[in-house]
Design a binder for this molecule. Structure first.
Ligand code: SF4
Length: 736
């Protein structure tokens, strides 16, 4: 714990789960109970979903880890004190580095970590471990949209406008998004939009809760979203709906796209996707004739081996219709994880440095190296994306030690059984978490870390809005913050022998770098908790406010510029939108009004072609399999499966299939069914629903063990983003 003074009894903060980052108030009732109240905030407007309402239950949960665990010679995880656990890690890391080199150590982060932690983790990997191998689970969340946004607009910010704009747009096209289950308070904005006479159109292979509220539902075969987008642009062209003035003035590369989409005849796309021509035409007209329109994609369109191209097809459509930069219009991505946006901006990705800088850009390396007080030549180069990293663990030439912070790949990785066997083969697996996740169960050392209500920090939500996470109370005895863990490990790695006396933060002074921020905050040092004599700046500060000040310097001038974002400024507003280069200047709620941050100032079209899924159905595996979420669970379920009300609402996994398919298979409601792919199988009860296509089955991915949906999913990845193909593979289904 780093906060001093008595803990506040009430804290205005945000939900720990998804990227909507709903505003809430936490109140300690004095008797140990924590009350959650929603508060007015632009994204949730006073609403919370059941995950938010119950979020505080985990703070005092009996499963909470409060002491480190170290695996003993008999193979059991046993409680140990911090010095023993940290020494074990330091010794293990040293041995692996000595025998196999620095890149034999890898780091795996999470999209739920605060900005400060994501930044510190990237720095820890590059400076303390000097490994190129760091990536995070956000790679599996929105990396396809990020890559497509970067190549089209020169910037990746999930929504380039405030969420409230959705309520005012005339036509809203949602592609592969189901916010009614994943982000229920967002539906208030959609209700506003429809109440104003706007049209909501949903593209989804399932008639989801969101699709049920739509004015029009397109139900394509999984994996055909790209063709649908190209057909919509084809129709827009033939019907004269393209905004030629905008295309000429603000974009480049349209001719190649025009030639490409010319081949996407609606009748042929209907045969491919199953979406009727009339629905395609109605959608194109609703978008092309509206005074304002927004196109949003989410995981349904993005989690494919052609995810980047699929998003590009929708970006092309938005650009051709002249939407980005117009009032209440544009393209955006609904980021999923709590800090999925900030988590990808501060150097937690294999190919990036803070500020969304490219790690192979010499100027970027020089800037960040100066902030970190190291020689640019010492910074490692790019690593590999998350799945490739995990799949290389323990293989010849691959990493032999892995540190996991805030992630549970045993449940969330594609082809999860293979990832699990890779983790089992490591020389050293370390997991920092506050619960014993399925990944923690495999670890050699488990470190108990603080939860969201026990530490300060910042998060960046799906709008690119930087928010304050505020602590209500100190972590329980025996628990440390992730920042303190990184500082302690860095200190041990700096020392010639484990347990040495370099001090709690690493001891090594930073070299002279740029001066402090214009608002007078400290540059990199000044960590009150981490520096014994108050004169030596800590290389790995444990005070999140100090880390944030350093993050601002590291991001200054980058794509995601936080230099003008201060904690005080966030306190006095509903958050600050990046880019915000100047503490005295404005932030940027809306991007692209006048220009795009590309070399030419124009947005770039990219011609993209439909291609089949990496694995197509065949006689042995005749059905399409797709995955997703349910309202009462979140991600790998490590947290939400332990909350009583959520467990009651969604106690176990299931397999959703159409009644016609069930009849053909001789399966009744509730029967245990086996879903098998070439990689593995899952067992779960059947849930019959006419809302899914008869050629497709669905399973949520929140459960481990026999019901683990990712035992089945395909590990084929997008060549640009590294996104695995979670959303489609070929399976057979039978009664178990
Ligand atoms: Fe809001 Fe998401 Fe939390 Fe639900 S899980 S309360 S939608 S931030």
């Amino acid at each position: 714990a780093t906060r001093t003074g008595p803990p506040p009894r009430e804290a205005e903060t945000h939900c720990p789960y998804c990227a909507l980052q709903c505003g809430m108030v936490l109140r300690d009732d004095g008797g140990g109970g924590i009350e959650v109240r929603p508060r007015e905030f632009p994204t949730n407007r006073g609403g919370l979903c059941q995950k938010g309402w119950t979020a505080a239950e985990l703070l005092d949960h009996p499963d909470r880890l409060t002491t480190p665990l170290v695996r003993d010679p008999s193979g059991e995880l046993r409680p140990a004190d911090w010095d023993v656990a940290l020494d074990r890690i330091a010794t293990g890391l040293r041995t692996v580095r000595r025998d196999h080199g620095r890149d034999a150590v890898a780091v795996f982060g999470g999209g739920g970590l605060t900005n400060e932690k994501a930044y510190a983790l990237g720095k820890f990997a590059r400076v303390a471990l000097r490994t190129r191998h760091i990536d995070y689970n956000g790679r599996w969340c929105m990396s396809s949209a990020a890559a497509a946004g970067l190549r089209a607009f020169g910037v990746d910010r999930g929504l380039p406008f405030p969420l409230t704009d959705l309520g005012r747009t005339e036509t809203l096209l949602l592609v592969g998004a189901n916010p009614a289950e994943t982000m229920p308070p967002l539906m208030r904005h959609l209700a506003d939009q429809q109440a104003r006479g706007g049209r909501l159109i949903v593209v989804d292979p399932r008639l989801t809760a969101t699709a049920r509220q739509a004015d029009l539902h397109l139900q394509p075969l999984p994996g055909t979203d790209l063709a649908v987008a190209n057909a919509l642009l084809h129709i827009a062209l033939t019907e004269g709906l393209v905004d030629r003035e905008y295309v000429a003035a603000r974009t480049e590369g349209f001719d190649a796209v025009r030639r490409t989409v010319a081949g996407y005849w609606p009748a042929e796309v209907e045969r491919l996707s199953g979406v009727p021509v009339a629905d395609l035409e109605e959608t194109a007209r609703a978008l092309g004739t509206a005074g304002s329109a927004v196109i949003l994609t989410a995981r349904g369109a993005e989690q494919h081996a052609k995810g980047v191209d699929t998003v590009s097809a929708y970006v092309n459509l938005a650009l051709a219709l002249g939407l980005p930069g117009r009032p209440y219009s544009g393209y955006g991505c609904l980021t999923g994880q709590g800090n999925g946006q900030g988590g990808r901006e501060h150097g937690q990705k294999a190919d990036q440095l803070p500020g969304y800088r490219k790690i192979d850009d010499p100027a970027a390396r020089a800037h960040v190296a100066a902030v970190w007080g190291v020689d640019p030549a010492e910074l490692p180069g790019p690593g590999v994306p998350a799945y490739q990293l995990l799949d290389s663990l323990g293989t010849p030439g691959g990493p032999r030690a892995l540190l996991v912070f805030g992630s549970n790949p045993v449940v969330s990785a594609p082809r999860a059984a293979r990832v699990e066997s890779r983790l089992r083969g490591l020389d050293l697996l370390v997991v920092a978490d506050f619960l014993r996740s399925e990944t923690a169960e495999l670890a050699d050392v488990v470190l108990p870390v603080a939860q969201w209500a026990e530490e300060d920090g910042t998060m960046t939500n799906l709008e690119g809005r930087v928010l304050r996470r505020r602590a209500l109370r100190e972590p329980p005895p025996g628990v440390r913050t992730d920042l303190a863990v990184l500082a302690a490990l860095a200190a041990r790695l700096d020392d010639p022998a484990p347990g040495g006396a370099a001090g709690p933060t690493g001891g090594e002074p930073t070299s002279s770098g740029p001066a402090g921020m214009p608002d007078g905050t400290a540059p990199t040092g000044g960590d009150p908790a981490g520096v014994a004599d108050g004169t030596v700046p800590a290389r790995f500060p444990t005070d999140p406010r100090v880390v944030f000040a350093e993050l601002r310097r590291a991001s200054a001038g980058g794509v995601a510029d936080y230099a003008g974002v201060t904690w005080d400024r966030i306190e006095s507003s509903d958050g600050v939108f990046w880019p915000c280069p100047d503490p005295e200047g404005p932030d940027t709620p809306r991007l692209f009004a006048d220009t795009f941050p590309t070399p030419s100032g124009r947005a770039r079209f990219h011609p993209v072609q439909h291609r089949p899924a990496a694995e197509e159905v065949c006689a042995d595996y005749p059905l399409h399999f797709t995955t997703g979420r349910v309202l009462a669970q979140y991600q790998s379920g490590t947290q939400t499966r332990r909350v009583a009300a959520l467990r009651r609402a969604a106690p176990r996994g299931f397999v959703e299939l159409h009644p016609d398919l069930a009849a053909r298979l001789g399966v009744a409601e509730g029967d245990e069914v086996r879903v098998a792919s070439r990689r593995g199988e899952l067992l779960a009860p059947a849930r019959l629903s006419p809302t899914i296509r008869p050629d497709t089955v669905f399973a949520p991915f929140h459960w481990p063990g026999a019901a683990r949906a990712n035992s089945v999913t395909n590990d084929a990845v997008d060549p640009v983003s590294g996104m695995p193909e979670f959303k489609i593979c070929a399976v057979r289904v039978e009664r178990a």
